[in-house]
Design a protein around this ligand. Structure first.
Ligand code: NAD
Length: 347
């Protein structure tokens, strides 16, 4: 074996039913005494409860999906004005994303309390949107120093959002198998992450308030996202990045719709990844296993339903092509991309 693997430095706590106590201890370890708590208006009450044991200088609820630069600048100004010494984000990927934007320019430590399965808490990837164009980058300052997972915080996450968000997590695992820095360590994490997600997501659909199933989804999410952080963005993430940034499609649902099509393209050219995924999905083939899972979850399948117009497909294919990673197992041309997008659109 010859490879170089970097493990990101982060503490993670699984603390179902104990978020407030865990946040208090983690904030103490990080020396946070004047926290800026970041949550959406909908999540503000939950955020207050979760941070009830720590010193809070300000609660900021100006969260928007894809972190527009003006939203980031407003949050940075609030952090400076209140002289905060740490950031505690409680919410989905959008709340985590805003905390990362503040950490990027301030170096303040981030303590993340996720309430969806976006997985941003496990990565050092930041994203900002300026006039509809999304820029992402990697920076050690944005990696949350500590993550607290409390499955009780997710029992009210609607089933449809649980499914799309959980499939966003699964996409981290799948794409991680052929991303530019894929290696045996992140492949092992991705395989176990995919197994946990594929087992637990149907259980969440059957019993949305079952915290044990939700805990398993968090476990799978974390493994998949650690794998993704280490392996980098593969073809799937490049496609979703263009679709989300240019056409403002919903993040998690876009990942859910695109994933089976990237798998169908790559699986015949990536036998080791295919075997690992098939085993994780408990199926004879990865493509069939994913199709069964989508059926079981009643997952979204069409970019048309998410708001993409047929006339935009050719332009999207042209925009994705330059970003296709050379590591991708299948050869990708503009017409291959167009076929893939047409299939995902529902043509
Ligand atoms: P989100 O954070 O926008 O949340 C989606 C919706 O769910 C919101 O309306 C939110 O208020 C609601 N919600 C969140 N938790 C809830 C709960 N427990 N119960 C009920 N409702 C709840 O969406 P998301 O999919 O979690 O995150 C998407 C964003 O994260 C995108 O901007 C994406 O680019 C980013 N992201 C970044 C990374 C990274 O590594 N940097 C990884 C994944 C996603």
């Amino acid at each position: 074996m010859r490879f170089t693997h970097e493990t990101l430095p982060q503490r993670v706590r699984f603390a179902t039913g104990e978020a407030a106590a865990a946040v208090t201890e983690e904030a103490e370890l990080l020396g946070i005494r004047r926290a800026m708590v970041i949550a959406s208006p909908r999540g503000a009450e939950l955020a207050r409860a979760v941070t009830s044991g720590i010193g809070v200088a300000v609660l900021h609820d100006g969260v928007r999906e894809h972190v527009p630069v003006e939203v980031a600048d407003a949050a940075r100004a609030v952090a400076a004005e209140h002289d905060v010494d740490g950031l505690v984000c409680v919410g989905g990927g959008s709340a985590t994303g805003l905390a990362k934007a503040v950490a990027l320019t301030s170096g303040l430590p981030v303590l993340a309390v996720p309430t969806t399965y976006a997985g941003s808490e496990a990565t050092d990837v930041w994203g900002l949107t300026r006039e509809g164009a999304k820029t992402t980058g990697i920076d050690a300052r944005v990696l949350p120093r500590s993550v607290v997972y409390d499955a009780d915080l997710t029992v009210d996450l609607p089933v449809s959002l649980s499914v799309t968000s959980g499939l966003n997590a699964l996409a981290h695992a799948v794409d991680g198998l052929w991303a530019p820095r894929a290696d045996p360590i992140n492949a092992a994490l991705a395989g176990e992450g995919a197994r946990a997600l594929a087992t637990a997501l149907p259980a969440v659909v059957d019993a949305p308030r079952d915290a044990t199933a939700r805990e398993q989804v968090f476990y799978g999410t974390y493994l998949a996202s650690v794998a993704f952080a280490s392996s980098g963005s593969g073809l799937h993430h490049k496609i979703c990045h263009v679709l989300g940034g240019r056409y403002d499609l919903p993040h998690a649902a876009t990942h859910a719709v695109v994933l089976p099509h990237v798998l169908a393209l790559n699986a015949p050219h990536a036998p080791e990844a295919e075997r690992r995924l098939a085993a994780a999905l408990g199926a004879s083939s990865a493509v069939a296993g994913l199709a069964d899972l989508y059926h079981r979850l009643d997952a979204p399948r069409s970019l048309r339903e998410l708001g993409l117009r047929e006339a935009q497909l050719a332009e999207a294919a042209a925009a994705i092509l330059p970003a296709v990673p050379p590591s991708n197992p299948a050869t990708v041309s503009r017409s291959v991309l167009l076929d893939l997008l047409r299939a995902a659109w529902g043509a």
